[in-house]
Design a binder for this molecule. Structure first.
Ligand code: AMP
Length: 390
């Protein structure tokens, strides 16, 4: 039934084309941009207040979550750290994709590790930590370098401690004397020496068909993604296939529909899964200029039951995150083949403010562009981009 609500008619004037995104950050905004060209509407939900908001300007909409859930054709999310009751309510509609099981695997490292172990997928050697004695044992078994992570609510390097010596182990054990392990068990991972970090963005349509973007090389600063390079250089068919096989196993176990991101550590010709993200992902932002159908468009196509668009790369792209910095200068914007995606958020340290995609048709062209952009970037971002300079 078509129903209108004062001031928000465009969101509900055709009950068949509305998609609800749980979360109202930049990923919801970019999903909106990917959906609007398909003639679909996107409405975002502030996951804390449960208010429906416009995904672009974040203004509050005059309709309830229940009304939005009733009218939409699909519900998805831009973030896995969602309140449990909201996930439950979305799941109960039968329209939530990729669904509660996938969200749980992305939100809780213990659920994630259990899934990977059950599927026989290589990941970092680890132990679940429920008291300081577990931690001391993990250090003996997996040390001398451990990374301790909270099982939930950790992202972009938050909720992590490095334990690289017995002294550091002692300090952390002292710090954790009063820690509520029942509420928040920890995961201790062996700190592995990988050659590089890469990610696979795969997409599964509503019929269970999988498609994939080429592997992306990722660079981090302070635990946070700062750069992606796509296609990742030096990837042979076997490595791409290995990543796709991992993707298929996970997607099938989770009865997945939509984009699934898998963060990987490369060690020679072997891949270890670092973590999975049941959603569109920062390391897939390059697809906005690099491919015929971006990760955002394909996620929307998948959850709306539409055929997928092409994931074939059309250009080489270097994606630079603007972290804690204001909008790029006019000089940067004046460069041809630079594409700005700005999120319109207040500037704050460590906050992802936007990104630029540097687009080229050959490695030499990309290097020339990287050199030009490097010279014009603010200092903190210059240090990041230096990693890609030949
Ligand atoms: P995460 O939030 O788990 O993705 O961790 C953030 C970053 O920390 C990763 O992208 C890696 O650079 C690094 N890291 C995380 N876990 C490990 C590990 N077990 N060994 C080595 N580096 C790691």
């Amino acid at each position: 039934m078509t129903q209108t609500f004062s001031g928000n008619a465009s969101f509900l004037n055709n009950g068949n084309d509305l998609i609800v995104v749980l979360g109202h950050g930049q990923l919801a905004r970019m999903m909106y941009l990917g959906a609007t060209q398909l003639g679909l509407n996107i409405l975002a939900v502030n996951a804390d207040t449960k208010e429906c908001v416009n995904p672009v300007d974040k203004t509050r909409l005059n309709l309830t979550l229940e009304q939005a859930f009733d009218h939409c054709i699909a519900i998805t999310s831009e973030f896995e750290h969602l309140p449990k009751d909201l996930v439950k309510q979305a799941e109960a509609t039968g329209k939530f994709r990729p669904g509660a099981k996938a969200i749980a695997a992305g939100a809780d490292r213990i659920v994630e590790k259990t899934l990977l172990e059950d599927l026989g997928i290589a990941n970092c050697p680890h132990r679940i930590i429920r008291n300081t004695e577990d931690l001391a044992n993990a250090y003996t078994e997996l040390g001398p370098k451990l990374i301790l992570k909270t099982s939930r609510d950790g992202y972009d390097g938050y909720g992590q401690w490095r334990i690289f010596s017995l002294d550091e182990l002692q300090d952390i054990c002292n710090e954790l004397q009063e820690f509520d392990f029942d509420h928040m068990p920890l995961v201790a991972e062996q700190c592995v020496s990988f050659e590089r970090e890469i990610s696979l963005l795969g997409v599964t349509d509503s019929q269970g068909n999988h498609d994939y973007y080429p592997l992306t090389e990722n660079h981090h600063g302070a635990g946070q993604l700062v750069l992606s390079l796509a296609r990742a250089p030096n990837v042979n068919a076997a490595l791409q296939q290995q990543a796709q096989d991992i993707h298929d196993k996970i997607a099938e176990a989770l009865s997945y529909t939509g984009v699934l991101a898998i963060e990987l550590f490369q060690m020679g010709d072997k891949l270890l899964v670092n973590e999975i993200a049941p959603r569109v992902h920062n390391s897939g932002h390059w697809t906005q200029q690099g491919c015929a159908a971006s990760q955002f468009e394909n996620h929307i196509r998948a959850i709306a039951g539409l055929p997928l668009g092409s994931t074939q790369p059309q250009h080489l792209v270097a994606m630079v995150n603007y972290v804690g910095e204001p909008k790029p200068s006019i000089e940067i914007l004046a460069l041809k083949n630079i594409h700005l995606h700005w999120y319109d958020k207040g500037v704050r340290a460590k906050r992802k403010m936007g990104h630029i995609n540097l687009v080229a048709d050959s490695e030499a062209e990309l290097q020339a562009l990287i050199t030009k952009v490097h010279a014009l970037l603010p200092e903190s971002l210059q240090a990041n981009l230096a990693k890609l300079k030949a």
